[in-house]
Design a protein. Structure first.
Length: 105
């Protein structure tokens, strides 16, 4: 699993029939940015873009949890789908080493 930010959506009118009705979103994986004391300070962009199936109903700009690979096909909604990335959670707060570096509005 990794943290990512929802940055957009994909609309594909022609696709594999098993993907009909699935919401496809573009997510950018994020990295933890460290401060001068090597403590986590914030989340940093990576410049990457991944298309993921949304099974939790998230929206643009939200911080989410993403699963990739064979684990992406282990949700109830993605069994037997050609899925490599799935959004499986919306993050409320993230802490590392006792320091909160993200809190939802």
């Amino acid at each position: 699993m990794f943290l990512a930010r929802v940055t957009g959506q994909v609309v594909a009118s022609v696709k594999d029939k098993t993907l009909q009705g699935q919401k496809l979103l573009i997510v950018e994986p994020l990295a933890v940015k460290y401060d001068d004391q090597q403590k986590p300070g914030s989340l940093a962009n990576t410049g990457r873009a991944i298309v993921a199936i949304d099974v939790v109903g998230c929206g643009d700009g939200q911080l989410v949890l993403v699963c990739q690979g064979s684990s992406a096909r282990m949700t109830e909604q993605t069994k037997n789908l050609p899925a490599d990335a799935v959004i499986i959670g919306i993050v409320d707060e993230a802490t590392f080493a006792g320091k909160s570096f993200y809190k939802a509005d």
